[in-house]
Design a binder for this molecule. Structure first.
Ligand code: FPP
Length: 248
């Protein structure tokens, strides 16, 4: 850590799976909805913490394509919470120069919700601060299939030669193609899985898992994750000696 308490190397892009809201509520004898409410407050605090920590991009998994399988009441409640969050938070995020976007298949959401998402994106489109991406009805496999479909369409139309489908070209068709891949992935709630999150993007990402339930996650623990990241040697397939020479 430096004198200003900043980790030596700050990840440019952090991706988080915010897990453990339900268990947090159950441990307190509360309904799962109380866990999601508390999780929402943590989300707000962590977005602000990321700005303070000079992280450039933050991608949050708010609702997976598999979350529709939850009891209808809980799905409805999460939708209400997203709507409330969009209405109550966007002005403040805009003031803080945050640029917002949503990734995932939106067609499954109500028209009202889709409209609020589009409004949030439009309002913050020219902001130059934190790039905040919220994954909703998102799945990593869906993202890869979408990219494959777009390229297949071009091949079908004759505008693309299959031999020209390179890694770089493919990467241009998955979500967040304008951002660098996440440097650090954080999952709260004790599970050590990627759960169909950014499958394409996490290829070389450092993975940090914690038992802390999302509503209990804090800036202090974010800093622990940043310190963990700072201590990692990222080799991208090279040897440790090679990396040391490059960084010397
Ligand atoms: C996982 O906890 C959490 C979710 C599926 C919803 C995430 C939503 C929030 C954090 C609140 C709002 C966020 C935004 C961006 C408005 P879980 O229910 O799977 O917990 P469990 O594993 O303990 O059951």
């Amino acid at each position: 850590m430096t004198e200003t308490d900043q980790p030596v190397r700050v990840p440019a892009h952090v991706a988080i799976i915010m897990d453990g809201n339900g268990r947090w509520a159950s441990h307190r004898g509360k309904h799962r909805s109380a866990g999601h409410q508390a999780g929402f407050k943590t989300t707000r605090a962590i977005v602000e913490a990321c700005i303070r920590q000079r992280i450039k991009a933050l991608t949050l998994f708010a609702f997976s394509s598999e979350n529709w399988a939850r009891p209808q009441q809980e799905v409805g409640l999460l939708m209400d919470l997203f709507m409330h969050a969009l209405k109550s938070e966007v002005a403040k995020l805009h003031e803080n120069n945050v640029r917002m976007r949503f990734i995932g298949e939106r067609s499954a959401f109500s028209e009202k919700l889709r409209k609020q998402m589009a409004l949030a994106e439009e309002k913050t489109a020219d902001n130059t601060g934190l790039e905040l991406a919220i994954a909703v009805n998102y799945g990593g496999r869906w993202d890869i299939v979408n990219a494959a479909k777009a390229l297949a369409q071009q091949v079908h139309e004759g505008s693309l030669d299959p031999d020209d489908i390179t890694l770089d070209r493919f990467a241009g068709y998955v979500s967040l193609s304008d951002l660098s891949d996440p440097d650090l992935f954080i999952r709260t709630g004790g599970e050590k899985r990627i759960s169909n999150y950014l499958l394409w993007h996490l290829a070389y990402t450092e993975l940090y898992f914690t038992d802390t339930l999302w509503p209990d996650f804090s800036e202090a623990e974010l800093c622990e994750a940043l310190a963990f990241f700072s201590g990692r040697q990222r080799r991208f397939g090279m040897t440790g000696d090679q990396v040391e020479k490059i960084n010397a």
